[in-house]
Design a protein around this ligand. Structure first.
Ligand SMILES: [Zn+2]
Ligand SMILES: [Zn+2]
Length: 790
């Protein structure tokens, strides 16, 4: 998040040990060395550039008053491209000053042309408010920047539409408010010079596909009013930002990726917790409901939480100001509690210098913790990424990251808290037992080299395209020329809307037939979300997307919400709500489902001898049929209870590969082991897909079978878990050999004997992780990789 203007608080100097010495002492603690790699990320001096000649003196003076004496090279380069009319995406690191890259051309244009306007889009209201403060602080004559979102009082809205020349909003407001009300915005849109899309990497998957069409609707309205704004996008570093920005906007976009901002030096260690002795079993239970991930699977590796807690205690004992990032709230509390206990055992009272920090605290509590850490009263803080949303806390001596946070952007955002000017800092990534984490700690080049993960979206998804075309038709009748704007599949979607009675075709185009606006939620996925309601109070705890509701909210399910445990009394499918009560039983629940998949069509394929690789449409039918209750401490199955839930159908996009039975036999896979081999390969492949595309393994489903009715061969399917697909399977197909190579390496490099959550077991398996064969999964993937062209 680019919050350069927010209150940034930096710790003062402290004479701690040098990072390399500190790391040496930390890794010397146990018998085996847990460090798989140490990367020294050197300090980098910034490369300043002169102000572009087109930047007016009063704008330079305004930036200078805010402490910006000169732009960095990447800022100047992106700004000049945009000023010259090129659509541009600047994709550089955290805190590299992407804001200046769009503020400079946008504000210069506003100053040069007293009628021009700028529209700025942020994924959250908080970021828009932050940017508003930054622009307002420049105190430029006649710009009148203003936020326009759901919180803007009605009385102010008309003033903003008429007088503001720099409107900050979000895609939801653009979709629900601005575009349907384009008549009221005609003055603003007619003069629109720039559209700024901040944090554009957050527009991914189905949500990203919706936003892509909202932007096409915006371009259509601009076109009607005679303006052709330049798009300037800001992105976290990611693979191929130009293509992603091009898909999002539908325009050719030039990428600026060379980061010229200064940064402090960091010693970055990759840390793999050791395997437990084989017989330790239940004597080292996972802390109850602490991991938030897969506390049910047999533990073979020391948990990342315990490892992080020990590291935190050790660094605090050395007097090192340390921040530990933990994925779940409960996990952050467990890490803080364990570190406190360890410190108190050593020196009574020392534990008081460690605390947990999470989003649920009141603002004042959070500020107090931040203050205490910066003044050194506190030395250690275990936090969820809630910190990312609060005050920028930088300048710490060490940062511990418990589990890969999902994307490189988040990883660097967290690691970036370490280090202050002129001093080296330490960052440690502690791997969780997850195939992706396993892969990363053994493949540092995937972290420190050029990023491969790309932001993917699929504007051609018919489940997104049709409702978006309905919105567009409501705003103004669709013409044949519009169909090209909305891209592949637009004509089919329009024909469907006509057949469904939503549009009427006339000689001049397609007209929306109803008075009311079509109801389309940009963030809604897989059916209406299910509300989670506490029965005794009627309090709405949150929502779960329809697609996951059968899995997570069936009656009897233990449901974790922000670290607090609830048990579901009833799932009401008609009203779309689940009634729950607070309860912390000593078991967890695990839904089982039966899944059936049929191939609808093949979009593309590679025929590689005994191996075939395919991309296409599939129908997935799945039914949650029962759930298991398992003891948290031991993983012991208490019982299996039946459920009576309807089957659900999903038409989506899948990638799949087939192998000939002969090739498997030749590779040494016995026929009886084929199901376990394919199943294990499927799990790991799903776990590694986030390496190639920004997605969560929960966005993806899989199915493997020794013989499939449509392929008539041993097959592994991996499909997008969203109706119509979200671009994940497509990306997997496009990067198949790199993706499956990483999958194969993650399995082979896991030190476990016969499969564990770090390699082939999956926390979301509908079959209870059975059957699985780790060595045969490697053989299967070797056959695929040997035949598949790079
Ligand atoms: Zn393993
Ligand atoms: Zn499975």
């Amino acid at each position: 998040m680019e919050s350069s203007s927010a209150a940034t608080v930096s710790a003062g100097p402290s004479p701690g040990p040098a990072p390399a010495d500190l790391l040496r002492r930390l890794r010397a603690r146990g018998a085996a060395d847990p460090v798989t790699h140490v990367e020294r990320v050197p300090a980098r001096p910034g490369v300043p550039a002169p102000w572009p000649s087109w930047a007016p003196p009063e704008l330079r003076a305004a930036f200078a008053r805010r402490g910006v004496v000169a732009p960095w090279q990447h800022q100047a380069q992106a700004a000049t491209l945009a000023y010259e009319g090129e659509h541009v995406v600047v994709a550089t690191g955290t805190a590299s000053g992407k804001s200046l890259a769009y503020q400079l051309p946008a504000l210069a244009t506003l100053l040069a042309d007293p009628r021009a306007t700028v529209l700025y889009l942020a994924p959250t209201k908080a970021l828009a408010a932050d940017q508003l403060r930054a622009v307002a602080a420049l105190e430029l004559e006649g710009v009148r920047p203003a936020c326009y979102d759901g919180d803007t009082p009605r009385a102010e809205r008309e003033w903003i539409r008429r007088h503001s020349r720099f409107v900050l909003t979000n895609p939801d407001m653009l979709h629900h408010g601005v575009l349907p009300g384009h008549a009221q915005w005609s003055g603003f849109l007619r003069r629109l010079a720039y559209v700024v899309i901040d944090e554009c990497h957050t527009y991914r998957g189905v949500f990203g596909s919706h936003v892509a069409h909202v932007l096409r609707r915006l371009r259509r309205q601009c076109d009607r009013f005679g303006s052709t704004p330049v798009f300037v996008l800001a992105s976290a570093t990611s693979g191929d930002p130009s293509t992603a920005a091009g898909r999002l906007t539908g325009l050719p976009v030039t990428a600026v990726t060379e980061d010229a901002s200064p940064r402090g030096g960091v010693t970055f260690a990759l840390w793999e917790p050791p395997l437990l002795p084989p017989d330790s079993g239940p004597s080292t239970p996972v802390p109850p409901q602490s991991t938030g991930d897969h506390d049910d699977l047999q533990q073979v590796r020391r948990s990342a939480l315990r490892e992080t807690a020990d590291l935190l205690a050790d660094t605090v004992a050395e007097g090192v100001r340390t921040l530990a990032f933990v994925r779940s709230r409960k996990g952050a509390e467990v890490v803080a509690a364990n570190a406190r206990r360890a410190l108190d055992d050593a020196v009574p009272g020392l534990g008081d210098r460690v605390a947990a920090y999470r989003g649920g605290y009141l603002r004042e509590e959070r500020r107090e913790l931040e203050r205490a850490l910066l003044h050194g009263d506190l030395l250690g803080l275990a936090s969820t990424n809630a910190l990312e949303l609060g005050v920028d806390l930088v300048g710490l001596d060490a940062v511990l990251i418990c589990g890969y946070p999902g994307t490189r952007a988040s990883l660097w955002q967290q690691a970036g808290r370490a280090g202050r000017s002129g001093q080296e800092a330490l960052a440690v990534l502690v791997a969780r037992d997850d195939p992706l984490d396993t892969y990363l700690v053994h493949h540092p080049e995937a972290i420190f080299g050029a990023p491969v993960e790309a932001t993917v979206l699929d504007p051609a998804n018919p489940y997104v395209l049709a409702p978006q075309l309905a919105c567009a038709a409501f705003e103004a009748p669709l013409t044949p020329a519009d169909l090209a704007l909305f891209g592949d599949g637009a004509k089919e979607a329009v024909d469907q809307l006509v057949a469904a009675g939503a549009l009427r075709q006339r000689p001049t185009g397609w007209y929306w037939r109803h008075r009311e606006r079509p109801e389309v939620d940009l963030r809604g996925e897989g059916g209406a979300p299910v509300c989670v309601v506490e029965s005794s109070t009627g309090r709405l705890l949150g929502t779960v997307d329809g697609g996951s509701s059968h899995f997570l909210l069936h009656s009897g399910a233990v449901y974790l919400h922000q670290g607090v445990s609830y048990v579901v009394d009833e799932l009401d499918l008609v009203d779309g709500c689940a009634l729950v009560h607070a309860e912390e039983p000593d078991w967890s629940t695990h839904a089982r489902d039966v899944t059936d998949l049929s191939v609808v069509s093949v979009r593309s394929y590679v025929d590689a001898g005994p191996v075939g690789m395919f991309l296409g449409e599939v129908d997935v039918t799945s039914q949650v049929v029962s759930y298991q209750r398992r003891r948290i401490a031991t993983g012991e199955v208490i019982d299996t209870r039946p459920l009576d839930l309807p089957a659900r159908e999903l038409r989506t996009v899948a990638v799949w590969f087939t192998l000939s039975p002969q090739s498997l036999t030749l590779a040494g896979v016995q026929p009886a082991d084929v199901p376990g081999a394919l199943h294990a390969a499927e799990h790991a492949a799903i776990g590694l897909l986030p390496l190639m595309a920004t997605c969560d393994r929960w966005d993806i489903g899989g199915l493997s079978t020794a013989v499939h009715q449509d392929t008539e061969a041993p097959t592994v399917f991996v499909y997008d878990g969203h109706p119509g697909g979200a671009g994940f399977a497509e990306r997997a197909y496009g990067t198949a050999s790199a993706w499956l190579r990483a999958t194969r390496d993650a399995i082979a490099e896991c030190g476990c004997e016969s499969g564990c959550p770090s390699c082939v077991q999956s926390p979301k398996c509908g079959n209870g992780n059975n059957p699985l064969s780790k060595p045969d999964a490697i053989r299967v993937l070797d056959v695929v990789l040997a035949n598949l062209p790079e």
